[in-house]
Design a protein around this ligand. Sequence first.
Ligand code: ATP
Ligand code: MG
Length: 712
Amino acid sequence: MHAPGTSEPRMEASHPCDTIAPVTDDAILAGLDPEQRAVAEALDGPVVVLAGAGSGKTRAITHRIAHGVATGRHEARRTLAVTFTTRAAGEMRLRLRDLGVEGAQVRTFHSAALRQLRYFWPRLSGGEFPELLPSKARLVAEAASRCSVPTDMATVRDLSGDVEWAKVNFLSGEEIGKRAAEVRRTLAVPPPAMAAVLDAYEQAKSARGLLDFEDVLLNTAAALDRRPDIADEIRSAYRWFTVDEFQDVNPLQRYLLRMWLGDRDDVCVVGDANQTIYTFTGATPSYLTNFRRDFPDATEVKLERCYRCTPEIVQWANGIMVDGSPSSLTLVSQRPAGPSPVIQEWSDDLEEAAQIAAAVKAHIAEGVPARDIAVLFRVNAQSEVLEEAFAEAGIPVMLRGTERFFERPEVREAVTRLRGAARAGEVSGPLGEEVRAVLSAAGWTPEPPRTAGAVRERWESLTALVSLADDLGPGLEESLPAFITELDARAAAQHAPVADGVTLATIHAAKGLEWPIVFVIGCSEGLMPLSYAESDDQIEEERRLLYVAVTRAADRLTLSWARSRHAGGRASRSLSRFLQDLRVGDVPVAGRAGIAHRGSGRRRTERKQKAPARCRVCRKGLVTAPERTLGRCSSCPSDVDEGLLESLRAWRLNLSREKSVPAYVVFTDVTLIAIAEQRPQDLDALAEIPGVGPKKLAEHGDAVIGLVLERA
Ligand code: ATP
Ligand code: MG
């Protein structure tokens, strides 16, 4: 019998050109600073690296593996490096290849455990390897229904999160309530019901012979714990262990690591307590910070030089953590000075998204590759307005850690409901009210839920649809069918997959990654920290999320926030407390002219140059974006030239077919109506209509003026 890890076909990404250039040990060590070198040279016994963001953790541990192999003190084939995502594992493999290491295993906890469990399964049970549950949702819903617990999608998703949390913490049904209270976790349902659901879920799963994600780790660790024959084989197959992002290890993963090690201590762990952002799933940085309690002889190295970010960005990152840092690390940038980070204040979410799309477009026009730019946000639903603004600006995007807005289950369900209501033809008021009524029947409430997680994400998604209805209503003549057509067009525009583009990602999904230019949106109270965060621990996790976001930026960082969710809405938001409190040197950042409000200052100047937005019929001030585009209140009579509107629509349809883009990408309905009402006779007059930017003016100006003059 072969040992695991040597008998199966290798599962790492295989590369067509598998010849690896020899790299000398001197070359391996030459690329390291003294502390990183100390990590690489600590080849025996336990090692803990406490390292700040961008300090070269991955670099240090990959070089350590390479140095161990090059000197013959470690065997590549008996080396296992564990990371948290398959993407991170892929990147580490590539770096090891570049260092001439062949045959080391780089895996996620899950894939490493799964491989071992599959291998030993015949000996453990004698049967076929069980089917793996790709998602808990179906069985959790079944269990919930059996326990008379609500089975709507959001509750099922939150219940699944609670089941996972209970399992990685080894909690029995009776212990769930007590522990949840200790860590101030809000469970989806009261503890007795939660215990019943957990029990019913486990029963349903084992009755069908299925394994979930946690079972893979639990069974592997249990096999190592209870079967000396299996433990011997695995431990002789893997001798040297490395774990990246150790601050986010949960009790179950740590148990598995201990089982892999047995009574040996050849383990190197790397992490940054300031970047702990998964405590809600059961992760804890205490394994990292107390590593020397478990391994008193461990070599401890601190990395505080930041090679990623400019000194300005590092100053801001340090400032954000100054009161809340769970580690004693202070980052020091190794890079030349760069531009100071900027906080921009915008009036509403739409304006924020549109301005960022414009800024991104300007960077791309200057020659910055789209893949060097990222826009980061706290919750999935924030991507909707961004996806929209980027589609309108014709900028390709790649989403990470979130589904495209219109592909999310709750959005699909909501659109189906709206379609049903539109078909039933029960339209009786402003579009926003219609949409509110339909979505209220699906459980939407005007007030946000008091929890994070799936319930909150679902609420945010539905609220994004309500906001869209409020914003578009007047332009769509308050018609639900027109709204559905608009949603379909937007979904189609966002659907197109791209190979390269600007990254739109949640901060969680951005962990470990870096980009030269980063925008962090939604830096306001309620989003950062998210309003659900009430306890000090929850607030501190939100602070660390902002720290992670800020330290993704290498050269340029823009933090922005919007005073209100809607165009014309009440300016109820305020700047994030993490930025209000932020001081660089002794100077409070939020009060520094030229930095803090550069965005809003510029915006105010731009506004000043334009005539105040007043209704050209009744002269009242205009509030909503569509009203501003139309130049009149939605309730004031329209003087639209129907014939012109028709010919504009026909022209737009032809063009959108020709270019295979949705019609609104050419011009939105509101803009067409505004043109058909105001009938601009030349390019200057056309440029006055909001929604006709310089690019659209250059592209379509002549055609549109041609159509207007034809009717004159
Ligand atoms: P994070 O905390 O975000 O996970 P990290 O500590 O893992 O960051 P790396 O991603 O390994 O940091 O490195 C950050 C950047 O700094 C990378 O672009 C890397 O190539 C560069 N870097 C690291 N160490 C050095 C060094 N000694 N000399 C030059 N560049 C370095
Ligand atoms: Mg890293």
